[in-house]
Write a protein that binds this ligand. Structure first.
Ligand code: B12
Ligand code: SF4
Length: 476
């Protein structure tokens, strides 16, 4: 049996200290523990967790294998750590898994300090890979991995079929990361997943590349009993659903909501990863509110029919609007995600999106600059129709930062400078709308609108401070 240290590397994220342990690496921990391996975990996103702490951990635990979970935002940091570890312990195996390696295996194998990549869902693959390493069997037999052969050429084995029956998986081993350490504002949170995969084809999305297009659903009973388990074990009071498409299957969502209603758990939960507006009906909205949903985020992207069409969103702005109105009518806090500079976008279309966010009273609109992730259809579209300022792989590694990133590409009708200005303007407007909505929620429409004359950058900074001090009540 092997000794394995699992690491979540620090990330250039703007979320500050993490609010709950990462689910993917906790799932890997769970299957390793179940197979009898000895496993420790380290979340290096906490500001106090330094290289020295990692070195001490390795010294004390003496692992034979180190596993990193990486996204594009933290892969370089993980490589830096792997290099450091290999310079101390050249014989240790370094394994990388997560969305970034799944999307870009060949590029990631350029880093010589990585021995193996686990591609896509990792639960079965990691067990087989370690068994091969322990029994000195040829690793090329393992599906869903990548490595370098003796001539240092990259080898990518056949893709592993998706895990069909999610009920056979153990619960994530969150205890490896000590959930109480993530306490923020008197609240303990955890991620929860009721399904994997997404059948839609949005051209900018990488999420479904990891979990596939085929939906796999957990039984609502299992999900509710997992939530009950974490509530009892660690006193978790808020759950964040982390799947790609929570509302992909209406009946499943309704059954889950019925289960939550019956269980009467003293918890709240949020759908911040984003649900599709077209699936959000009046009955779902009301049930969400009744069962403790605090935030529902809706992926809007654009209000323009042509942009939605070219992005292959598979829904119209009318359908999205119906969903937003259903959520608002149910009294839910609605976050709206927009993207600036998708194919077909223009300055005036973004202006329409801002007006729409204001008119539909979206509580927290968010505008992001489009990024064309490698190997997405969006990257293909830009290659054919526009101009890249950075190669897709380089862009996501080097040109995103804690603030706004950088314009990745442009195309006729929306030049680089205009994209940048429009994006910054929309971002500023979104903050102003969020502020106004906060005032309206807190003080009602009349007084809120009156107080809105103080809606400027300075007062918004003060309000954020005030929000932290609980002066303006936003949901958790
Ligand atoms: C929930 C989520 C979040 C949560 C994370 C909360 C948390 N504490 O974990 C929040 C909202 C905070 C978040 C933040 C960010 N996220 Co995010 N997020 C997701 C989301 C929707 C689900 C991730 C998840 O938990 N899935 C469930 C688990 C079970 O799956 P998994 O993580 O993929 O793990 C499986 C495999 O990948 C593999 N695996 C994973 N790790 C390892 C490690 C080893 C050793 C092995 C063997 C296998 C293995 O096995 C696991 C089990 O099957 C994904 C979309 C997606 N479908 O991937 C985006 C996604 C991962 N996020 C992404 C990004 C970019 C970010 C941010 C950088 C955004 C930002 N601008 O700040 C930040 C930073 C993340 C960080 N490192 O701190 C991108 C990554 C793109 C890429 N190519 O790498 C994704 C794919 C979305 C997208 N844009 O396409 N995110
Ligand atoms: S609906 Fe969401 S998860 Fe599915 S493809 Fe579109 S953006 Fe990706």
């Amino acid at each position: 049996m092997a000794k394995i240290l699992l690491i979540t590397p620090d990330s250039k994220t703007f979320y500050g200290n993490p609010r709950y342990p990462a689910a993917g690496i906790s799932m890997i921990g769970a299957v390793l523990l179940k197979s009898g391996h000895q496993v420790h975990g380290l979340d290096m996103r906490f500001s106090g967790v330094s290289d020295e702490i990692l070195v001490k951990k390795i010294h004390d635990f003496q692992p034979e294998i180190i596993g990193f979970s990486v996204t594009n935002w933290d892969v370089l940091e993980a490589v830096r750590l792997a290099r450091k570890i290999k310079s101390m312990l050249p014989d240790i195996y370094v394994i990388f898994g997560g969305p970034q390696v799944t999307l870009c295996p060949k590029e990631t194998l350029r880093y010589s300090e990585i021995d193996f990549l686990v591609l896509g869902e990792g639960e079965i693959t990691i067990i087989e890979l370690i068994a091969c390493l322990e029994n000195k069997r040829p690793i090329s037999e393992v599906k869903g991995i990548a490595f370098r052969d003796e001539d240092l050429n990259p080898v990518i084995t056949d893709r592993r079929p998706l895990i069909k029956d999610l009920s056979r998986l153990p619960l994530p081993a969150y205890e490896l990361f000590d959930p109480p350490a993530y306490r923020a504002a008197d609240e303990l949170r955890l991620g929860i997943m009721s399904s994997r995969g997404c059948p839609y084809q949005c051209i900018f999305c990488t999420g479904r590349k990891v979990m596939g297009r085929q939906m796999r659903r957990r039984s609502p009973i299992d999900v509710v009993s997992e939530m009950t388990h974490w509530h009892k074990k660690f006193g978790i009071t808020h759950f964040c659903f982390i799947e790609d498409n929570w509302l992909a299957h209406r009946k499943h969502a309704m059954e889950l909501l019925d289960g939550l209603e019956k269980a009467q758990l003293p918890i709240t939960y949020s759908l911040e990863v984003g649900v599709r507006g077209d699936a959000l009906s009046k009955d779902i909205g009301e049930k969400l509110k009744k069962t403790g949903c605090t935030i529902v985020a809706i992926g809007i992207e654009s209000v323009d029919p042509e942009v939605l069409e070219l992005s292959k969103k598979g829904e119209t702005i009318e359908e999205i609007t119906r969903g937003i109105r259903a959520a608002k009518a149910a009294g839910l806090f609605v976050k709206g995600y927009f993207i600036v500079a998708l194919p077909g976008d223009t300055k005036s279309k973004v202006e329409k999106a801002v007006a729409y966010a204001r008119k539909e009273k979206i509580d927290m609109p968010r505008f992001a600059l489009a990024q064309a992730f490698p190997y997405t259809e969006l990257a293909e579209w830009v290659k054919m129709n526009g101009k890249f300022y950075h190669e897709p792989y380089d862009y996501v590694l080097y040109h995103t930062d804690e603030g706004h990133g950088d314009v990745h590409y442009d195309f006729p009708g929306f030049p680089k400078e205009e994209i940048w200005e429009t994006y910054n303007w929309a971002h500023e407007q979104a903050e102003a709308i969020s502020f106004q909505r906060a005032l309206n929620r807190r003080f009602g429409d009349r007084l809120g609108n009156l107080l809105n004359i103080f809606n400027n950058k300075l007062s918004r900074r003060l309000a954020i401070w005030g929000y932290q001090k609980k002066l303006i009540s936003l949901p958790k």
